[in-house]
Design a protein around this ligand. Structure first.
Ligand code: CA
Length: 253
């Protein structure tokens, strides 16, 4: 690396990966960022962007959503799953195309809606870079069950399990209290955060979770604690003890 070019500002040496397939936007962004002293690499396909982000080290990534090869959501998700926590700003064509909650849930740090002001984007980019990579939450395990809150993945015996956000939160809380009996009321308060919700909803969701993380694998890791609640056991449950079958009653849930 040579000396930074004279007259450039303090962003010299800060590396940005720009993943954008619209040539005009890509060029305008690149020129604006380079004028500020950033070093900018550009990919015009999602799969190329993912490859570059994996091969090189960047301080930040600006990631369009609608991309040939691999969309921005998937690029973001795959990076996070691979343990890459480079700050990501997502770009979206218009409100509505982008589900903000989904994007942020997948691990994006910020987003901008097109058309955007370059000045605003640059300010938001600076703020994002100042914050740096988000800290990765610890991976949680119980036997061969692995929940990664950073990557939003759940894996049992090397099979990825698709969980809804509520199921994910429920499992996360049970893992947080691993091997302890957890009351339904406690689950309701921590996972639903709603004092007025009916405790029966907990039972319904525990049923959903069992059908995803236990039954297909012959496990019984979520034990019923009669008259109280549930316990997630590290061992994954003893296959030959038979189903404990306590009061089904999904009923009208
Ligand atoms: Ca696009």
């Amino acid at each position: 690396m040579g000396a930074p070019p004279a007259g450039r500002c303090h962003h010299v040496g800060v590396r940005i990966l720009l993943v954008e397939d619209e040539a005009l936007i890509a060029r305008a962004l690149r020129e604006a960022l380079e004028a500020e002293g950033y070093v900018v690499d550009h990919a015009d396909r999602g799969d190329d962007g993912l490859w570059q982000a994996t091969e090189n080290s960047y301080d930040g990534i600006i990631l369009d959503i609608m991309l040939p090869g691999l969309n921005g959501y998937k690029v973001c998700r795959q990076l996070r799953q691979a343990g890459n926590f480079t700050p990501i700003m997502m770009l979206t064509a218009k409100d509505g195309e982008f589900d903000q909650a989904e994007g942020l849930d997948l691990g994006a740090d910020d987003y901008m809606t097109k058309p955007f002001s370059l000045t605003v984007l640059q300010a938001r980019l600076r703020a994002m870079l100042r914050r740096g990579p988000s800290e990765r939450p610890a991976v949680m395990t119980a036997g061969d069950l692995v929940l990664d809150p950073g990557a939003r993945t759940c894996i049992r015996a090397e099979h990825e399990i698709d969980l809804t956000p509520r199921e994910f939160s429920l499992l996360r809380y049970l893992l947080h209290r691993l091997d302890e009996p957890v009351s339904k009321r406690d689950l309701l308060e921590h996972v639903w955060a709603d004092d007025d919700a009916d405790v029966n909803v907990v039972q319904v969701y525990v049923g959903y979770l069992r059908r995803k993380i236990d039954e297909p694998f012959g496990c019984q890791s979520i034990e019923t604690v009669r008259g109280y609640g549930y316990r997630l056991v590290r061992s994954g449950g003893v296959p030959d003890s038979g189903r404990d079958g306590s009061s089904g009653g999904k009923g009208d849930g």
